[in-house]
Design a protein around this ligand. Structure first.
Ligand code: OSB
Ligand code: MG
Length: 372
């Protein structure tokens, strides 16, 4: 068995990363992310995690700056110089902080990487992963025109992606889906509303139900489990909740109410890998398939997503695309690449299994905080 790991040093890097294409959802456009990278050191080992908070409180209330504040004032003092036998002990220690899941997830991810490296094992093996390649889909933002969207879909299908997700919002929905379906009648296709609608749009969803979509992601407000359940009774297309599911508790409520038939699991949103796994396991027992969502992560967050996507109840393609779908240059080596069969291979080295380009990060970082 492993030995206790003492967190001897914590580093936080704020790394600006420019997306290749602006990413527009019903709540706004992202072009540049300030990525918050957390590294934990013990002896000669280093573990890495990534915070998925955005610039503004749109997808979630967390932002880059609130994440850094919670890290500095609360999380670092809880873990620095402390010893942990395993990730569960680490998770319990930081659980005294309510909410703020994205920055807690970054710390827990870093500890998992450290722990897996201390055992010399790949992270996905420790998590109970069952596959060495994961199915990769692509999530495409709202574009200036339907023609432009169709060009992007063609580009990604030609690269080998096997599932397309498009964003919808009022005024960019039924006509878009109609034209995309006409061009791509057989392509596995799903839509994501990022909570832009309410129950008054029920006839629009009954109409969308006719387009053989894999699922409809988060149509309504993130707190509205009841209306999602009502909608799910009226349509055959599975509803998949994203924003609504912040924890195992909400996953239980949504499943019990019939608000969701599929769950998008994002470690940042649910507060880490342990919570992700707990939701995965609970859904598995109830025959609710899951898949792993993304938040435009750099290679560090991506590596954790890839490890989670190896779990057995991940039964749809994931929003985990190759590094070059997002960024000109990633911060890990090798970068994540798409195989010809639309999969991404799971790295087999210890921990996250990819090398972090530390010099590159130090050069690019606009802020670095260190504690030891
Ligand atoms: O709702 O899934 C979402 C990106 C930012 C915020 C919310 C979402 C997304 C995506 C991108 O859809 C998925 C990816 O990382 O490829
Ligand atoms: Mg979503």
């Amino acid at each position: 068995m492993g030995q206790k790991l003492k967190v001897e040093k914590v580093d936080i890097f704020i790394v600006p990363m420019e997306l290749k294409y602006p990413f527009t959802t019903s709540f706004g456009t992202e072009k540049k992310r300030r990525v918050v990278i957390v590294s934990l050191e013990s002896g000669d080992l280093k573990g890495w995690g990534e915070c998925t908070a955005g610039e503004g409180p749109w997808y979630s209330y967390e932002t880059v700056d609130t994440a850094v504040h919670i890290a500095k004032e609360f999380l670092v003092p809880l873990v620095l110089k402390q010893e942990f036998n395993n990730p569960t002990e680490f998770y319990q220690r930081i659980s005294v902080v309510r909410g703020n899941n994205m920055i807690k997830a970054a710390f827990e991810e870093a500890f998992w990487d450290l722990y897996a490296k201390s055992l010399g094992k790949p992270l996905y093996v420790l998590l109970g992963g069952v596959r060495t390649k994961i199915f990769s889909g692509v999530s495409i933002g709202i574009k200036g025109s339907i023609d432009e969207l169709i060009r992007h879909i063609n580009m990604y299908l030609n690269m080998g992606y096997r599932r397309i997700k498009i964003k919808i919002k009022p005024g960019w929905d039924i006509e878009v889906v109609r034209q995309v379906r006409r061009q791509f009648p057989e392509t596995p296709l799903q839509v994501d509303a990022n909570a832009a609608y309410d129950i008054s749009y029920i006839t629009l969803f009954e109409e969308l139900d006719k387009y053989n979509l894999l699922m409809i992601e988060q149509p309504f407000h993130y707190e509205d489990l009841v209306d999602h359940a009502y909608l799910q009774k009226r349509i055959g297309t599975p509803i998949c909740l994203d924003e609504s599911i912040h924890s195992i508790h909400l996953a239980k409520a949504a499943i019990a109410l019939g608000s969701t038939r599929v769950i998008n699991i994002k470690p940042g949103r649910v507060g880490g890998i342990i919570q992700s796994k707990e939701i995965h396991d609970y859904a598995k027992e109830r025959n609710i398939p899951v898949w792993i969502g993304g938040m435009l992560e750099s290679g560090i967050g991506r590596a954790h997503l890839v490890a989670l996507a190896t779990l057995p109840n991940v039964r749809y393609p994931n929003d985990v695309s190759a590094s070059d779908r997002y960024y000109h240059e990633d911060i890990v080596e090798p970068e994540f690449k798409l195989n010809k069969d639309g999969t991404i291979s799971v790295p087999n080295g210890p921990g996250i299994g990819v090398e972090v380009k530390e010099e590159f990060i130090e050069e690019k970082a606009i802020d670095i905080f260190e504690w030891s």
